[in-house]
Write a protein that binds this ligand. Structure first.
Ligand SMILES: *Cc1c(COP(=O)(O)O)cnc(C)c1O
Length: 400
């Protein structure tokens, strides 16, 4: 970067992943390379493989791939299913669309429950579909936990109840790529068979790792699954992971970062991390409501703690607006994806964020409206400030 275009201060990276990386994680990764077959690596391997389980609230195994979340998506399908198997999916937004397209490319048959992209997956509809499937043709139900494109969070406890109510044996697969470390996730209690997550969102790490929690039922299914896989095969991974090692060169630098990320989350307390996300999300929504703008998620029951998608008024382009915010205030906001491209933008309150980062972001958003000529009421930031100040004592009391 030349001296002319140096932008002093911090870039505000307010997109729902990748998210900013805390100094402690950056420092932890800044280490010399180690022998991935040596004794020292085994200590690190066992530490992260055991530590990551707590974040999924699982006693079963979590696989760590050197791949972004999409790699773990592919592994979740190829390790448990066979060509022509039917999977039930809910089109909650762009990430559900991409997972469904991948399933079809891999040779699976998909049945899709559509939505208007303003709501999470509907457990009642899932139950109906499963009850109608008396021949048990559906082998897996795949849902996105936090739909990062729309800011809607699916109630996984309700989805579990739907499978139970239908007495259906399908596997339950969950994309928790943008919810791990942001929203409560109970892999074991909710009877999830495969939960997929990534490093660069709520985990506050650089992109490059994915995590897959797998149940005993999923491991059983993997023994009969006929879809092709080699690099992503679970069996070799499970065999080597048993002693803390990997079948191929692991991303050692990222694993140092992961060990630190797990410590950071545990130091704060997992439930406190969730509460912080909830509070900053509510502050953001109060700002949006005070501006008189619409939140993409149309039912408060499904509001995302990680990201708020904001609809811009008719006749205005959300991407032109985002460019104005970037040019003037050095802040990246999330773009609208697929059918809401240009119509909405996203404010992330995900990962290593606090009161003032969110208020700083909202200030840039509000000033951006002014500069872009987007009609809005004043006072969004003030509404968020009031909420944050009002709840400050409760946060301190809870921590004490
Ligand atoms: C980011 C994201 C993905 C894609 O993950 P990559 O790490 O980019 O491969 C999939 N699903 C959801 C919900 C996401 O937020």
């Amino acid at each position: 970067m030349t001296r002319e275009n140096r932008r002093p201060g911090r870039h505000f990276l307010q997109i729902p992943g990748p998210t900013p990386v805390p100094e402690r994680i950056l420092a932890a990764m800044s280490r010399q390379i180690l022998d991935h077959r040596g004794l020292e690596f085994g200590v690190l391997g066992r530490r992260v493989l055991s530590g990551i389980k707590g974040l999924f609230k699982t006693q079963s195994h979590v696989i760590i791939y050197p791949a972004s979340g999409s790699g773990a998506w592919e592994a979740s399908l190829t390790n448990t299913l066979s060509p022509g198997d039917k999977v039930l999916m809910c089109e909650t937004g762009q990430f559900a669309v991409l997972w469904e397209a991948m399933a079809r490319r891999l040779g699976l048959e998909t049945e899709v429950i559509p939505t208007d992209w303003r709501i999470a997956a509907d457990a009642n509809l899932i139950e109906k579909k499963l009850k109608a499937d008396t021949g048990h043709k559906i082998k897996a139900v795949c849902v996105v936990h936090n739909e990062t494109s729309t800011g809607c969070l699916t109630r996984l406890d309700e989805v579990r109840k739907a499978l139970d109510a239908a007495k259906h044996p399908a596997l339950l697969m969950v994309d928790a790529i943008s919810s791990l470390g942001a929203a409560d996730l109970r892999h074991d209690e909710w009877g999830i068979d495969v939960t997929v997550a990534g490093s660069q969102k709520g985990m506050m790490m650089p992109p490059g790792l994915s995590f897959t929690a797998i149940s005993a039922k999923a491991i059983e299914a993997s023994k009969a699954a006929q879809l092709r896989k080699s690099y992503f095969a679970w069996d070799e991974m499970l065999a080597l992971n048993a002693t803390g090692y990997f079948p191929y060169t692991p991303a050692t630098g990222l694993l140092y970062g992961l060990a630190e990320a797990i410590d950071l989350i545990n130091d704060e307390g997992l439930e406190n991390v969730f509460a912080r996300h909830q509070r900053l999300a509510e502050a953001t929504r109060r700002a949006v409501q005070a501006w008189g703008l619409e939140i993409q998620c149309r039912d408060p029951k499904y509001y995302s703690p990680a990201v708020t998608t904001v609809v811009v008024p008719e006749g205005h382009n959300a991407d032109a607006y985002r460019k104005i915010v970037l040019d003037n205030f050095n802040m990246s906001l999330g773009t609208g994806l697929n059918k809401i491209a240009g119509k909405a933008f996203r404010i992330a309150h995900l990962g290593d964020t606090n009161e003032l980062t969110v208020l700083g972001a909202l200030t840039g958003v509000e000033m951006g409206f002014e500069l872009a000529g987007i009609p809005h009421k004043k006072g969004g930031v003030a509404a968020a400030m009031s909420y944050i100040a009002e709840t400050a004592n409760a946060v301190k009391a809870a921590a004490a």
